[in-house]
Design a protein around this ligand. Structure first.
Ligand SMILES: [Zn+2]
Length: 144
């Protein structure tokens, strides 16, 4: 099943695309478009050659809904392919003080171990969330 959402904002609603045109527009391969079609992307014709832009957008929304969003105390585990809690609630925080957003907060990279499969999960946050992160998690210097 497809999990990566096609970049549907590159597509025009009221435009009919061939597979090749759609692949060019989405900057992906034709095989990828074929995989979308097998996965539920509607086509205009029985030979699966023409696709409405708006059908692609609808399909992209379906794919987007498949991936449950991780809650504040959860990380998305790539191996388990779902939001998970981290092992013993322990995380490591790496600070990127040179990467500042519009509100003046700098970027944080959070790392923890998936409590199901032990693989390292990461997510980004911002420095204004530091107090609540320190409340929710046990912050350590190094993950073992
Ligand atoms: Zn996992």
């Amino acid at each position: 099943m497809i999990r990566k959402v096609p970049n549907s904002n590159l597509v025009i609603n009221n435009h009919i695309y061939t597979r090749q045109e759609l692949a060019d527009t989405l900057k992906c391969s034709r095989q990828r478009v074929s995989a979308y079609i097998r996965d539920g992307l509607e086509c205009l014709d029985e030979l699966f050659q023409h696709i409405w832009g708006k059908d692609l957008k609808r399909y992209a929304e379906q794919v987007r809904m498949r991936t449950p969003k991780a809650k504040a105390d959860e990380f998305y585990c790539k191996r388990c392919q779902m939001p998970v809690k981290v092992l013993n609630n322990i995380i490591k925080i790496q600070e990127y003080t040179e990467q500042v957003n519009k509100s003046g907060h700098y970027k944080l990279l959070l790392k923890g171990k998936c409590q199901n499969c032990d693989s390292i999960c990461v997510k980004f946050s911002w420095s204004n969330h530091l107090p609540e992160l320190k409340e929710k998690f046990q912050v350590v210097e190094n993950l073992n």
